[in-house]
Design a protein around this ligand. Sequence first.
Ligand code: ADP
Ligand code: MG
Length: 469
Amino acid sequence: MAAGLLVSARGVSRRYDDMLVLDRIDLDIRDGEFVALLGPSGSGKSTLLRIVTGLMDPSAGEVLYRGQPVSGPCPHAAMVFQTFALYPWLTVVENVEIGLKASGIALRERRDRAARLIDLVGLDGFEDAYPKELSGGMRQRVGFARALAVEPELLCMDEPFSALDVLTAENLRSELLDLWADHRIPTRSVLMVTHGVEEAVFMADRIVVLSHNPARVVADLAVTLSRPRNRKHAAFLSMVDRVYKVVTEAAEPARRPTAAARAAVPPRQPAAVPEAGGDREDQSRRPDGQRHRYTRLPHAAIGMLSGLLELVADRGGRDDLYRLGSELLLEVDDLLPVTEAAGLLELANVQEGDLCLTALGKAFAEAGVVERKRIFAAQIARIPLFAVIRRVLEGKRSHTMPREFFTDLVTEDFGETEAQAQIDTAIGWGRHAELFAYDRTSEEFYLEDPEGTADLPGSAEDTGDAGTS
Ligand code: ADP
Ligand code: MG
């Protein structure tokens, strides 16, 4: 074991039902280090955190804590949750000492320690208040005090600031960093899950970036800025920019692993379905080794996509994603699905952190409503799920099919929850493109005008807007 290594996760994989969420993750946390785990929502960050702290078992691989295999909750780690997770029927002091009670510490000692921590996190005077009497920021202070009360060597935090308002979050971040840097708490290392690039750069010594579907480690970046950090400094901004590029590139070629990731991936068991030669699209695999049959749709709203493409067109067809995100007040989480959709529809792609319009993307941004719809319809008609929906509806005499039928089709690829989300997104896009219609009451797909729009999507509209809807 390397000296000074608290956590060493080796080849950790995890699946839920038939869905692979974590794919052979390696993660080290050294003594004295603040590590941020950065990735989009749903990528598996919370899952990884639960595995590292022993709250959940991996499907494959192992986690060592100071060289010893972790099995069951790790006694040296404590967790702070996004939603505070306080007991509403317990007072502040009772909430803080709950972990101490569990480890059999006597009442007197518990009360002393709890009081000290309540003081430390600035909640002096609120010992006997109930959570409902506290603001969100104060509740999270209780969350920190409770985690710190057990004097964890490793403090794990799952998006601890994301439910707080901007100012409260910023105060808490700085206070926590001070406590840690000044050794006023015995915590040696911190592992923080976040989907905020700036938050990661502000707090961490090292940023581990995860891709999604399934999550792999795509980058491990050292943040060498001196502390305390200033968000306005050029070096800070350029680090944010760098991380942003990595994050967006990890997502954009959505289904195309980087050369490095590909080299790191040992061959899997032979696929049951022979691969087409030279197929460079990854289409992450299902656990049985088969390829996904359906391309995963990013959950992007079409209005947002149009808005973003227009803005980039105004900027000459190319602009920095991070700047676009902050101008549109979008977090990575909101921006990524939109850029992924733009990529999937071949309207734009990401190059070195810039969003670049394709020729078609430029045409789209400059077109009017009807022409935009036509381009959009033509592009989505090439995506397997839309092609199948069209074909099925056209083939049936009633031109109607229950939603369940399509959900079942994609469940094998995505699992039940994501399958429903895929179908919801498909409905949004398909209706927008007028490729098909959907009745929310009967939960049925149908063709509005089965004779008129038999083949090419949008071909009926070329003569002008028929004024349906
Ligand atoms: P993140 O914290 O990055 O948002 P999570 O680890 O919470 O991601 O979830 C990763 C994926 O695993 C998501 O698709 C989520 O729906 C799924 N998932 C999480 N927990 C469970 C569970 N207990 N059972 C089934 N699926 C789950
Ligand atoms: Mg999470």
